[in-house]
Design a binder for this molecule. Structure first.
Ligand code: ZN
Length: 460
């Protein structure tokens, strides 16, 4: 018996709670003033305004605080936190950027990977994220997906680990170097093993597995198709990069004679169990396909701007009923892991592009970062604050320097005054960070160690 496990949690007298329990990004749901939230065993049991005294193992005085559901990150490559702001890759578009970084990434070992995951997840957690997906598509030097899962469990964040893969190297017309690709039959076998060992489909699950061939330009059509069949057999999610920029679309047309949307439709990569990263260049028919089939988009605005990939037609997608979640994307193309900032950028980017500049408001953006992300990961137990959902919360101090002056609408202030960090991040009913300190690790030591690993990796 783990006697340190706290069963009862009380968030007392929160100044404001934005529940994000509405139907979609335009009807974001309830907002509560001066309410408390009571949770047991990681599940929300009651949201109430009366001043009743309940005793709990963990009590949080939230009287000066704004409470959101824990944010959900739908796209990341945590290993890339070793290669932030690499000079040569600062001014390059997707394909060139990848070709500069592949050789450095091929030297990563399990030690560096674990450090990268610690850093990347810590950044997310202090921004308010309580669930993250990760897409690991390189396996050099004995790296295993389990290296990541171990770290996520130590940190206490909910983790959707995706078994990425690359199988078509340069010599076969793909983008990655031959030394970074894997054998397709091994990929399928390893995917099965990892699902059997780790995937937990239950309510409140902390670890789920999804299958994620890296992109149409780095795996074969057969692997895409076989992976979809395998995912359906085991009832796990499917994830990949799609239509990220115009080179990506051109590759699809040249190699397969199909647009990215036609390609995935033919291979069965559509449905509520599928979420595609980027989708910047989807056309109207493809947007309709996503809407019709309940296929989700992981929108990564910072990465799209950083790599000059383009502007996602977010307004159009939401208008057509496509579900959209947000992703920070890998830390070599953002190079920050603040999910609340991603919501801010998602809102702002639409305002410079579309004719309907003010189609979205701050609450719509917060919805994408919470409930939208939960739907993208095919979960109905996270992403909003309601009885029966997981006790995952991002709690921001309304008296912080950044929010000073946003007294009329502190919830809107979370977007407009950002980027912000939480006072507390709570996952599964437990505090996983408080005042930028991450549970179970010493963040200063972790940063120092990480910088020396990163320096060695880049210079070797
Ligand atoms: Zn990505």
């Amino acid at each position: 018996v783990n006697t340190t496990f706290m069963k009862k949690l009380l968030i007392k007298n929160a100044k404001l709670i934005a529940a994000m329990d509405g139907h979609n990004s335009f009807s974001t749901g309830n907002e509560y003033k001066d309410h408390s939230i009571y949770c047991e065993n990681g599940v929300i049991k009651d949201i109430f305004s009366e001043k009743i005294s309940i005793s709990a193992d963990i009590e949080i005085d939230a009287s000066n605080h704004i409470v959101l559901p824990g944010l959900v990150n739908t796209h990341h490559h945590l290993f890339q936190t070793l290669t932030k702001a690499i000079i040569e890759a600062q001014n390059a578009s997707l394909f060139d950027w990848l070709k500069i970084l592949y050789p450095i990434w091929s030297r990563i070992t399990p030690v560096e990977l674990k450090s990268a995951v610690k850093i990347g997840l810590s950044e997310l957690i202090i921004s308010g994220c309580t669930t993250s997906s990760d897409h690991l598509y390189i396996y050099p030097n004995g790296i295993k997906l389990e290296d990541e899962i171990e770290v996520a469990r130590t940190l206490g964040i909910r983790f959707h680990s995706t078994r990425g893969s690359m199988s078509i190297g340069e010599s076969n017309g793909g983008l990655p170097p031959d030394y970074l690709v894997e054998d397709e039959s091994f990929i399928i076998k390893d995917s099965q093993d990892i699902i059997n060992k780790w995937h937990d489909p239950s309510h409140g699950s902390m670890i789920r597995i999804a299958l994620a061939p890296c992109s149409p330009f780095s795996v074969s059509k057969e692997l895409m198709r076989d992976t979809a069949i395998l995912a359906r057999e085991y009832n796990v999610g499917l994830h990949t990069h799609l239509a990220e920029n115009s080179d990506d679309v051109e590759y699809s047309k040249r190699m397969f004679g199909l647009t990215p949307g036609q390609y995935i439709e033919e291979l069965g990569w559509i449905g509520k169990d599928v979420w595609h990263a980027h989708c910047v260049k989807l056309n109207n028919e493809e947007i309709d396909l996503f809407s019709r089939t309940g296929t989700s988009v992981s929108h990564c605005p910072c990465s799209n701007m950083r790599l000059g990939s383009g502007i996602l037609p977010l307004n159009k997608m939401l208008d057509k009923g496509v579900n959209v979640g947000l992703g920070v994307d890998g830390s070599a193309s953002n190079d920050s892991g603040n999910l609340l900032n991603e919501a801010r950028q998602a809102l702002y980017l639409q305002r410079v592009n579309e004719t309907n500049n003010f189609y979205l408001n701050a609450r719509n953006a917060l919805w994408l970062a919470t409930a939208g992300g939960a739907t993208a990961l095919n979960r109905d137990d996270i992403g909003s604050i309601k009885v029966g959902n997981c006790a995952d919360f991002a709690i921001y101090d309304s008296t912080s320097l950044e929010l000073a002056g946003s007294v009329e609408d502190p919830i809107g202030g979370l977007i407009f005054c950002g980027p912000l960090k939480t006072r507390w991040t709570i996952c599964n009913g437990q505090i996983i960070s408080e005042n930028n300190n991450i549970k179970n690790i010493n963040i200063e030591d972790t940063i120092n160690q990480h910088n020396s690993l990163s320096r060695k990796l880049i210079n070797s």
